[in-house]
Design a protein around this ligand. Structure first.
Ligand code: ATP
Ligand code: LTN
Length: 330
């Protein structure tokens, strides 16, 4: 049985990058894999979010999963903190994870910056909790963005060393499912920086909550250059903003970047931008509509999460019991 598990932090303000880099893939994978998707609220605590906002973001984040097409009759949707086995297994795994492995993690270095002494233990141990998320469900595959590749490699090492130490084939060693570079959406203002919810420039990203007018305005104002539209994709090599807009069009509409260049090559950018905006509105508007409808009855979303937590707890507890027995506390 092939099984996936993936998660996203409930940090709010989802954007086109989250949709193309994560949600859209989850929606198609749920037809081929038994799927578990979780809102990793325990991971979010490492950044001390406002408590009321965190709760709201968990519900809204789940509503975005559903609005994008994650189907609760096919996939299990749940909140990480509703399954206590995650933190319990994390402790067991921590006791088998050398500090040397964690010291290699680049995300910790980036997030802690120059003030590592002041960074919290949760941020440092973040990848061990992520390993527990994955190993509890014996996921065979984990769909993640390029930035999470190192954390997944660590999960594999933790699983292998645990199995070896306790002489059991307990944990499944998961394979990453990394989506191609076309899914890395860059900012609309600077094509070398990824589209990100933490960018102060609102015009740099298309939020999933943006209405049609806002989408059109942001695309119209997206940075391009003075040269005409490229006739081949090779000509975009030193034009990151142009390349990014072509990639977005391609991911949303299905045409290859080369086909898009053939179609718009030599033309005015405004014609391309108009079509790009129309495609964005066509794809994003129905998702936004569904989201707004779902948020009219948050109880329905809560119910889906409660059902998901029940299924998740069943599976997670059975793996936790095996792990406890293996180490001698079960
Ligand atoms: P931040 O804005 O703080 O960097 P984020 O927008 O990257 O956060 P995450 O919660 O880290 O949000 O990511 C959620 C998922 O969305 C991850 O799977 C990540 O790989 C994907 N993702 C985020 N931004 C992009 C992007 N610009 N292009 C493609 N995928 C993205
Ligand atoms: N670390 C990931 C979120 C995450 C995750 C997971 C992804 C937490 N647990 C398990 C896949 C599987 C991030 O920051 N995007």
């Amino acid at each position: 049985m092939k099984r996936i598990l993936s998660g996203m932090q409930p940090t709010g303000n989802l954007h086109l990058g989250n949709y193309l880099g994560a949600l859209k893939n989850w929606v198609s994978l749920q037809h081929q894999y038994e799927s578990f998707f979780c809102m990793v609220d325990l991971h979010a605590l490492t950044a001390h979010p406002n408590p009321a906002e965190l709760r709201r973001n968990v519900i809204e984040g789940t509503a975005w999963y559903l609005a994008a097409g994650v189907d609760p009759s096919k996939s299990t949707l749940f909140i990480q903190s509703a399954v206590p086995a995650h933190t319990e297994l994390m402790w067991i795994l921590s006791c088998s994870t050398p500090l040397g492995w964690l010291n290699r993690m680049t995300q910790f270095k980036e997030k802690a910056g120059t003030k590592q002494e002041g960074a919290n233990l949760g941020l440092y141990a973040y990848p061990v909790l992520m390993a527990a998320d994955i190993l509890l469900y014996k996921a065979t595959h984990v769909p993640v963005g390029e930035d999470q590749k190192q954390h997944l490699e660590l999960t594999r090492e933790i699983a292998q060393s645990f199995n070896h130490r306790y002489k059991k084939d307990l944990f499944v060693v998961p394979e990453p499912l990394i989506f191609g570079s076309g899914t890395r959406v860059m900012g609309l203002k600077d094509g070398t920086k990824k589209m990100s919810k933490s960018d102060a420039a609102e015009g740099s990203r298309l939020n999933l909550l943006d209405d049609a007018d806002t989408i059109m305005k942001k695309i119209r104002k997206a940075t391009t250059d003075t040269a005409p539209f490229p006739g081949t994709i090779e000509e975009t090599e030193n034009r990151p903003e142009v390349r990014n807009l072509i990639n977005i069009y391609s991911s949303l509409q299905g045409a290859s970047p080369q086909e898009i260049c053939h179609r718009f090559g030599g033309k005015n950018f405004s014609e391309f931008k108009q079509e790009l905006a129309a495609v964005c509105v066509e794809v994003l508007s129905p998702i936004r509509e569904r989201f707004l409808n779902l948020m009219k009855s948050p109880d329905h979303v809560e119910k889906i999460l409660a059902e998901g937590a029940e299924r998740a707890n069943n599976l997670a507890n059975s793996t936790l019991e095996e792990a406890k027995k293996a180490v001698g506390i079960g």
